[in-house]
Design a protein around this ligand. Structure first.
Ligand SMILES: N[C@@H](CCC(=O)N[C@@H](CS)C(=O)NCC(=O)O)C(=O)O
Length: 209
């Protein structure tokens, strides 16, 4: 398998963690977003939206969209499950995942921030206010749902943690004040002690320098 990734992409970071947890052998194929490599024809042939990540399977099939990809990995590599067996508990985890994947991440994505600045003439302070508004609103909802420790839903890592930790990394990179989210920060600390999470961190990627 080949994972098309950019070290700072929080969506790719999710998949790096999931592949590590499941111990799935893969090769990393860096796509440099700052150089616009995600927009070139060759990459769009793999991921027509021109977004990272994409996962190319051994038979040449290429999958896009992290949530579709982790669902595929979960189905094909069911050892070390990332969703609880109980269907209600699994729906609760998916709901958390969707809060991040559908309601936080897309509003603060590179192309959205660039559009605000370059097309709508928003200045740096307004861009920053936009970023912090949407991330804080989303994190407040997540913080209010934490009932367990050390991970989002108790003693086992789930997809909820896999989506949360890259989003926190991104929030810190954009200087978000995290003091209102002590439970999320405690989960971040617990997850980062695990090798699967630590090895997936942006600074530990070959394309980080
Ligand atoms: N919903 C997509 C989101 C993918 C996405 O937005 N990736 C970002 C990096 S985290 C990207 O490629 N951004 C390029 C850009 O904004 O120009 C997924 O989950 O795969």
């Amino acid at each position: 398998m080949e994972l098309y990734s950019y070290f700072r992409s929080s969506a790719a970071y999710r998949l790096r963690i999931a592949l590590n947890i499941k111990g799935i052998e893969h090769t990393l194929k860096p796509v440099n977003l700052l150089k616009g490599e995600h927009k070139n024809e060759a990459y769009r042939a793999l991921q027509p939206q021109g977004l990272v990540p994409a996962l190319q399977l051994d038979d040449g099939t290429t999958l896009g969209q992290t949530t579709a990809i982790v669902e595929y990995l979960e189905a094909e590599y069911p050892h070390t499950p990332l969703l609880p067996r109980d269907s209600v508990a699994a729906a609760v985890v998916r709901s958390w995942v969707n809060t991040i994947a559908c309601d936080i991440h897309p509003l603060n994505n590179l192309r959205v921030l660039k559009y605000l600045v370059h097309e709508l003439g928003v200045d740096e302070a307004q861009k920053s206010a936009w970023y912090h508004h949407w991330i804080s609103e989303g994190f407040a909802a997540l913080e209010s749902q934490v009932r367990a420790a050390p991970y989002c839903f108790g003693a086992e890592v789930t997809l909820a943690d896999i989506y949360l930790i890259p989003q926190i990394y991104n929030a810190l990179r954009f200087n978000t004040d995290m003091t209102a989210f002590p439970k999320l920060m405690a989960i971040d600390e617990a997850c980062n002690k695990l090798a699967a999470f630590a090895e997936a961190r942006p600074e530990n990627q070959p394309d980080a320098n």
